[in-house]
Design a protein around this ligand. Structure first.
Ligand SMILES: *Cc1c(COP(=O)(O)O)cnc(C)c1O
Length: 817
């Protein structure tokens, strides 16, 4: 983006005056932030218009990434970095006596996602713009994002995330591009010119208004669009003048119910919520998104025939799976296509990513609810199902069990994953092991019918946010060693391995890590009151709190360490600081008790003088993208300890690795590929393999009581949960105790405890060799390039979407085109 220092200063000062009627001296920090963001908005919008013009002119295929969640993080700094104007901006503001960092903290961090799935969508948006793909996002503009977490009396308390309260600098409301979405009512069939027409009547109409957020590519002039839909009342839905009292109340009820649709993000990660409002949210943004895509397509294309050559629609998990019948509806009912033509277009257009194999996350709607809310969509889903089942019958005559196990509608339920598989041309898992499990276990029968549909696309993260932006000192070190090419071509990070033995590089890296730890230590002190030793190992476990992610395994290991230190305060271990962060779904009791246990354990351990400060435990509240940006660069150790087979990929693991932390982890999700990338010597692997986990589930043979009775460490720890070891909390952790012992330890916490403890002993010993450790760190950074979402996006583009990049030229006069 083009701007010089003096221009920027002028625009900035002018904005402060015109927006707030103040001089610079009087303006608040927030005024200044708003004034700066207006400057950046103006600069971005030039390239934005140019990008859209270019896309229309070239007629290149466009990708639309449909996701219920986009966990964007703050955008100002990313815009500056990617636009190549950060230095200019920093200097310009400094000359006005203003600290850019301070202004950046004014931006709210939009939490429009729960965790990995929503953050993946955000990384993909950044990478698509970086590799110059015409790729756009489609989602919901929730008025309230994921709740803000506070810890009160050691317990999680949820507060509303009112992220829009001061306005949002980066959205552009486009009321002229609003569309209607229809719910409820019934379908009347009419005979018209030799064919049946389906007329939707007595429906409730909702207005979907788009808010566009620009997505800026790294120094390439590309600006793509994230379109977030907000639900509003249709103005003429009711004639207020003629209302009697009853209708007035009804009308107000309508206004109210419309507002609900885009009001709040459901706060569960990897968990299915079967409420009608959730289905309403799904259909709302899917229908609005598809309508607007088709409207745009028709501006330059006379027939629908070429739709799949010009448009790819990708659905992030099954949440947008109603896209299949909705696209069918539009093509048939509004565009007049036959079933067969519409089906061919739909399946060539849509592709689907599966994110989990956990049964509690699988979406299935009752027919009653689905049909009442979406009568026409139900009819179409039903027809898809009948045709699919007929095909299955022809392949497996008489095999009802098999057909029942695959039918989209069966036993009163609509199965969204099955609909997504049948209605798309590509189904991908998010790490090799996850894709293998899909093919061999969860979707085995579907893989048999459609072997060509299944493929793997290992997740990635944008190294520009998670390294260049959030760890600027490390980025500078890397650039000093191998040049700046890695920012555009992350595979070049590999060259950093050549510096593993370079003493100066080792020394600089050590200092960078220490300086990042210092920043974090200061934050910890300010927010929890706990003083931590920056020379201790920073062992970091941050992610949603979930039984399968096994925060409990980490806690048990800390309890055991503490017990041993109490017996022998001179125990030879490197001082450790265990850092946790993560939110629990508000209705997930065990997860909330896990947070409480961490905090109670922290209060016991941190004030115990006997253990000579060898152990500290910290829980940081409100894990979010912004907090992550401070934590990943400061970590020495990355905890990735899910039960093997349960974590589809993980992306936190990649952020840690890229920032030089060493993983202690199970062979689960992308840990397997991280292990392959760095080799045995640069990672600590422990625990059951996914095959062993599946074998236990299939054949039995695991008995939690056996471990309880034979490992004194485990018996002690479990008893401590209920015997008054934690003062004032005697019965508080009974539920955790029960959940482990009564359900035969579903996630194999006790089973993996011993090998986890051993891996930690090895890790501790390795850390003592400072040079070896820093070499490991360099190897991790150097091999993290394949986990850039640039690589992931290029694979999606080549192998699923069949899209090409579009070069957006500098400014308006362009010689290349
Ligand atoms: C990366 C990220 C996640 C995903 O972390 P996992 O360890 O892969 O579960 C969740 N939340 C935030 C804020 C993130 O940045």
């Amino acid at each position: 983006m083009l701007i010089n220092k003096e221009e920027l200063k002028k625009m900035f000062v002018n904005n402060v005056q015109t927006m707030f009627g103040k001089g610079l001296e009087e303006a608040s920090t927030n005024n200044k932030y708003m004034a700066l963001s207006r400057v950046i908005r103006d600069i971005i919008s030039k390239n934005w218009l140019e990008s859209n013009k270019r896309y229309t002119k070239t007629g290149e295929k466009q990708v639309y990434y449909f996701s219920m969640e986009f966990l964007l993080g703050r955008l100002l700094d990313m815009y500056l970095v990617n636009g190549g104007i950060k230095d200019t901006c920093q200097v310009a503001l400094a000359e006005l006596g203003i600290d850019l960092d301070e202004l950046e903290k004014q931006e709210s961090d939009p939490g429009l996602g729960n965790g990995g799935l929503g953050r993946l969508a955000a990384c993909f948006m950044e990478s698509m713009a970086a590799v110059e793909l015409p790729g756009h996002g489609c989602g919901i503009r929730y008025k309230y994002g994921l709740f803000e977490q506070k810890i009160v009396d050691n317990y999680q308390v949820e507060l509303p995330d009112n992220w829009l309260k001061d306005g949002y600098a980066w959205e552009f409301r486009k009321p002229d591009k609003a569309v209607q979405v229809r719910f409820g009512g019934s379908i009347r069939e009419e005979w018209d010119k030799g064919r049946t027409r389906f007329v939707h009547q007595d429906y409730e109409a909702v207005l979907a208004v788009p808010y566009d957020v620009p997505l800026v590519g790294y120094r390439n002039n590309t600006v793509n669009t994230l379109r977030l839909w907000s639900a509003e009342a249709v103005n003429d839905a009711f004639d207020f003048a003629s209302f009697n009292r009853g209708e007035y109340l009804q009308a107000m009820g309508y206004q109210n119910s419309v507002g609900q649709i885009s009001k709040i993000l459901y706060p569960q990660d990897d968990f299915y919520e079967g409420r009608v409002l959730r289905l309403k949210q799904q259909y709302f943004f899917v229908s609005a998104g598809l309508q607007s895509i088709i409207r745009r397509y028709k501006l330059t294309n006379p027939s629908m025939k070429k739709f799949p050559e010009k448009v790819a629609v990708h659905i992030n998990d099954t949440h947008p799976a109603v896209a299949v019948p909705e696209l069918m509806r539009i093509l048939m009912d509004e565009e007049g296509l036959s079933w067969d033509d519409a089906w061919a277009i739909t399946t060539k257009t849509i592709s689907y990513t599966n994110h989990t194999i956990m049964p509690e996350a699988l979406e299935t709607w009752t027919i009653d609810m689905y049909k009442a809310l979406l009568p026409r969509i139900y009819m179409i889903t039903n027809e898809i199902n009948e045709r699919f089942c007929r095909m299955l019958w022809d392949r497996n005559p008489g095999n009802w069990d098999k057909i029942k196990g695959m039918a989209i509608i069966v036993d009163g339920m609509v199965h969204m994953a099955r609909l997504a598989v049948v209605g798309s041309h590509s189904v991908n898992g998010v790490a090799q092991i996850h894709t293998d499990i899909l093919k061999e276990h969860i979707m085995r029968d579907f893989h048999e019918v459609y072997p060509g549909k299944f493929n793997n696309k290992t997740n990635g993260i944008t190294h520009r946010r998670w390294l260049l932006k959030s760890n600027p000192q490390l980025a500078e070190l890397i650039t000093d060693c191998i040049g700046a090419g890695w920012i555009k071509r992350p595979e070049e990070l590999e060259q950093f391995a050549d510096f593993a033995d370079d003493k100066k590089v080792q020394d600089r890296l050590r200092k960078i890590k220490l300086s990042n730890k210092k920043i974090l230590a200061k934050y910890i002190k300010e927010h929890t009151g706990v003083s931590v030793n920056i020379h201790s190992i920073f062992d970091v476990h941050i992610k949603r709190i979930h039984s399968y992610k096994r925060q409990m395994l980490n806690i048990f290991h800390i309890m055991d360490l503490y017990n041993r230190l109490k017996q022998n305060p001179d125990l030879d271990i490197t001082p450790r600081t265990y850092i946790f962060a993560g939110k629990a779904a508000p209705g997930y009791y065990i997860a909330k008790q896990t947070i409480k246990l961490i905090n109670v354990l922290a209060s016991v351990v941190n004030k115990d003088k006997d253990i000579k400060n060898k152990l500290k435990v910290v829980f940081l509240e409100n894990y979010s993208v912004s907090l992550g940006e401070m934590l990943f660069p400061a970590a020495d150790v990355s905890e990735q300890i899910s039960t093997a087979s349960k974590e589809a990929s993980g992306t936190g693991n990649m952020k840690f690795m890229m920032n030089g932390a060493i993983t202690i982890g199970t062979l689960d999700g992308a840990n397997v590929e991280i292990h392959n990338a760095v080799g045995d010597d640069n990672i600590f692997i422990f625990g059951l393999t996914s095959k062993e986990v599946f074998d236990y589930y299939l054949y039995g043979g695991y008995n939690v009581w056996h471990l309880y009775n034979n490992d004194i460490r485990l018996k002690t720890i479990l008893e401590q949960l209920v015997n008054g070891f934690f003062p004032y909390e005697r019965e508080e952790f009974r539920a955790i105790y029960q959940s482990l012992l009564s359900n035969n330890d579903e996630f194999f916490v006790l089973q993996d405890f011993d090998s986890y403890a051993k891996a930690h002993v090895e890790l501790d010993q390795r850390y003592k060799d400072k040079e070896k450790w820093i070499k490991m760190s360099i190897q991790n950074i150097a091999h993290s390039g394949i986990f850039s979402s640039d690589r992931t996006i290029c694979q999606y583009s080549k192998e699923i979407w069949h899209t090409r990049s579009v070069d957006i030229c500098k400014g308006l006069s362009c010689s290349k085109h």
